[in-house]
Design a protein around this ligand. Structure first.
Ligand code: 9WN
Length: 430
């Protein structure tokens, strides 16, 4: 285990760029939003100070409307190293200090800030870490729950597959089919320089991603519900928002603010999740398509993520789904991103089946949250075995455990450090 810890540390040091960390040096050469939150959750075991700086660097790029952009571009990296790069997003329209994208990613940040604080409270207090972050995190959650409540039901909407963090999920196939792709010869994909085309999204889907991003940009990133061709209420984003509001309640107490509004918001999001997205027959949460006005019947790991929400009333039913043949808990490497029994399942293609470390980590937290400790320990052991064999890969084939995607992937290394450190359910929690 010492070897694994040392190897994880080496990955994070190798991917550090000044005050922030890139997800993978070639494929993703800038700072990504939810990646940095997971990275901080690991870095706090190594250097709480460096973990604080990681989050501060990201929040330094927050927009005036409260959104935390999904990419903060590294000025030292050539603009064409990743597509779409800074020139595409034209962020100077809304934010002129640093170059960023204009879309968002799931809100793991308040949880990461709280757990980073807990790693060394005295040091964090000396730096006024939470005093400085609290108003920024409040603005971020306000943005999600006000500007992004496009369905009016108390949940934050996701307006681009990249915002979901699970870009190529089969759940987005039908809503994306309505979008006309930008032709492949109108831009140059950079991801295929570093990853196999058989593991990445198709050109047609990439063209649709580009179309959606360009349309949003051309509307000045205005969140006008009627204008979006793609708008989804996603259980992963909203589960993480509920978890984040619980973390905000803990942060509020620490900074002498009122925790009550955060607890109320956490309860309201949890209620909205169960009333709008829960499918009692299937025993899983579904994404809701706000343009097509219906839930989407695909069973993905996003639908299991509400397990991490404290007090979730249907937690035991979700655990039964996790153990079923659809997700194979205890029998396959980590948690697959998609239903193993579905026709569209692929063990190798990006978010259409492979197991990812961050979503498996969320499920591990959820199992502990709801006192399924034996399942949690088994999942943790299996994640550590997988990483010891496959390396710090971006994702793995759930059935063979074969490592896929980028090598030396930062959140895989960071969350390995977290799993190694958090051996008992009495560890630091909000
Ligand atoms: C687009 C960086 C990001 C992750 C996402 C993952 C992938 C980007 C891409 O990489 O998305 O944001 O180019 O495919 O899907 O979850 O944050 O690691």
């Amino acid at each position: 285990m010492t070897d694994l810890r040392d190897a994880a540390i080496r990955v994070l040091i190798g991917n550090a760029r000044g005050l922030s960390t890139v997800p993978a040096s070639r494929l993703y050469p800038h700072q990504w939003s939810w990646d940095s939150a997971f990275i901080a959750l690991g870095l706090r075991h190594l250097s709480p100070h460096r973990a604080q700086l990681e989050l501060e660097a990201l929040l330094g790029a927050q927009w005036a409307d409260g959104r935390i952009p999904h990419i903060v571009f590294d000025p030292a990296t050539p603009a064409d190293a990743y597509f779409p790069g800074p020139d595409f997003w034209q962020p100077h329209r809304r934010h002129d200090r640093v170059a960023t994208s204009g879309i968002i990613q799931p809100p793991v940040h308040a949880l990461a800030a709280w757990e980073t604080f807990l790693a060394d409270p005295a040091h964090a207090r000396r730096r006024s870490f939470l005093d400085r972050l609290y108003p920024r995190l409040q603005a971020w959650h306000r943005y999600l729950l006000n500007d992004r409540d496009l369905g009016g039901g108390g949940l934050a909407a996701t307006v681009h597959p990249w915002e979901s963090g699970m870009d190529n999920s089969p759940a987005w196939d039908a809503p994306l089919a309505r979008i006309t792709p930008v032709p492949a010869d109108a831009y140059r994909r950079r991801d295929l320089d570093h990853a196999g085309a058989d593991q990445r999204p198709t050109d047609d889907d990439y063209g649709r991603y580009v179309r959606l991003a360009a349309d949003y940009r051309d509307r000045g990133y205005a969140d006008d519900a009627a204008a979006f061709g793609f708008a989804i209420e996603d259980p992963l984003t909203n589960a993480l928002l509920a978890v984040a509001e619980h973390a905000m309640a803990a942060i509020a107490k620490e900074v002498d603010a009122d925790p009550q509004p955060h607890l109320e918001r956490a309860a309201a999001v949890t209620d909205a999740l169960t009333t709008r997205l829960w499918d009692p027959q299937a025993g899983i949460f579904l994404a809701r398509d706000l343009v097509g006005s219906d839930t989407i019947g695909h069973h993905t790991v996003a639908g299991l993520a509400p397990l991490a929400v404290p007090g979730l009333p249907v937690a035991d039913r979700l655990v039964a789904t996790l153990r079923s043949d659809r997700f194979g808990l205890g029998r396959v490497a980590m948690v697959p991103s998609y239903d193993l029994t579905a026709a569209e399942y692929s063990g190798t293609r990006y978010w259409r089946g492979p197991s990812w470390f961050n979503t498996s980590w969320i499920i591990w937290r959820g199992l502990r949250e709801h006192s399924h400790l034996r399942d949690a320990d088994r999942l943790r052991d299996s994640m550590l075995d997988t990483v010891a064999t496959a390396g710090f890969r971006e994702y793995v084939d759930p059935l063979s455990g074969r490592g896929l995607g980028a090598d030396d992937f930062s959140w895989t290394a960071a969350l390995t450090l977290d799993l190694l450190a958090e051996q008992s359910p009495e560890g630091s929690r909000c």
